[in-house]
Design a protein around this ligand. Structure first.
Ligand SMILES: *[C@@H]1O[C@H](CO)[C@@H](O)[C@H](O)[C@H]1NC(C)=O
Length: 332
């Protein structure tokens, strides 16, 4: 048995070599027939694919799959284009992480016109909107607007308004609570997504511009400082609100107070939204009668970047009697 099996392959090879021999021709013909048939089918199908491919398959594949990939990864536009829709689906954790991206090369490879982001922290309607519309008119490209209102408020701006589609995803914000700081950070983070925004101004619905856009733009763009009120108040409404549980992250000597309203540059804005060290301390240990929106930003910024805060040139004011939100005016 063993030897017969051993011999069989030998016979087959000789048969292949000498095809004239008549004995095992049948299976060979059979094989050959299959071979020719297979070859025929494959040649026909290759030609068919080529023929059809030119007409239908090719262009579809090219336009739908291949080209857009190249276009996206090829172009710097993808990285500098501001988001087309402010109503994104990111939650705060995702938003702050995304907004904390900072290029490490300081020079921009593009022509970048720095813009001022006007961030309106409101309950809902903007009673002074007509005034702001006139203020912004003719200065397109030098500013962007962001509005944070109560989530229940439905804005009805027309297409021609500067406030049209400038609402950001909002949550309820209560005075004196961490949710107020969250809203301010949310405004900053959304504005940071547009790489052209260089300065960030927090405003309430009670704010009135006292100078025209040109003057304010020139003043802010030429200033080497940001404007945030920061002071050390030894009294009961300052250091008196300090909670010893904040140690060791925040000491009594580092505790600061300030007004809620500010103007900061991009660097300070990033440093506000990226904080995860001090945030839990303020959230847990600064609750009324400690009003966290008066202490969180001033304290954190004066710990992180004391040299960047300039002398405050804004004054708290109640512009209209009976309005509950305070507002600053620019005076210079
Ligand atoms: C946001 O979503 C991520 C992932 O689903 C989750 O881990 C995170 O806790 C969420 N953050 C907030 C503030 O809800």
């Amino acid at each position: 048995m063993g030897t017969q099996e051993g011999k069989d392959p030998g016979i087959v090879t000789t048969v292949r070599l000498n095809q004239n021999r008549p004995l095992p021709l049948r299976p060979l013909q059979f094989c050959l027939m299959f071979l020719v048939l297979g070859l025929g089918i494959s040649i026909v199908s290759v030609n068919m694919i080529r023929f059809l491919g030119d007409r239908t398959v090719g262009p579809v594949a090219r336009s739908n799959i291949i080209l857009p990939c190249f276009e996206e990864s090829d172009s710097i536009e993808k990285w500098i284009r501001p988001p087309s829709n402010l109503m994104h689906k990111m939650n705060d954790t995702e938003l702050f992480w995304r907004a904390s991206f900072v290029p490490r090369i300081n020079q921009y490879p593009i022509k970048r016109v720095p813009k001022i982001a006007f961030m309106f922290l409101t309950k809902g309607p903007l009673p002074l909107a007509p005034l702001w519309e006139r203020f912004f008119k003719g200065h397109e490209g030098l500013f962007s607007i962001y509005v944070h209102s109560l989530p229940s408020y439905v804005a009805d701006w027309t297409k021609f308004s500067v406030f049209y589609k400038r609402q950001i995803p909002s949550q309820v914000a209560e005075w004196g609570m961490m949710s107020m700081c969250d809203a301010e950070r949310r405004l900053l983070a959304n504005a940071l997504l547009d790489i052209s925004n260089e300065w960030f101004i927090l405003l309430s619905e009670a704010c009135i511009p006292l100078h025209n856009f040109r003057i304010i733009y020139r003043y802010i763009s030429r200033s080497r400082h940001s404007f945030m009120s920061v002071f050390d108040d030894p009294g009961p409404y300052g250091r008196g609100r300090y909670d010893w549980n904040m140690q060791p992250e925040v000491t009594l000597e580092q505790w600061r107070k300030g007004s809620q309203w500010f103007e900061v540059d991009r660097k300070l804005a990033v440093s506000i939204i990226k904080d995860v060290t001090y945030y839990p301390k303020f959230r847990d240990f600064c609750r009324p009668a400690c009003y966290v929106d008066e202490h969180y930003f001033p304290t954190v910024l004066s710990i992180q970047l004391p040299h960047l805060l300039g002398k405050q040139k804004c004054y708290l004011d109640r512009l209209v009697k009976g309005w509950r939100t305070p507002c600053y005016i620019w005076e210079f």
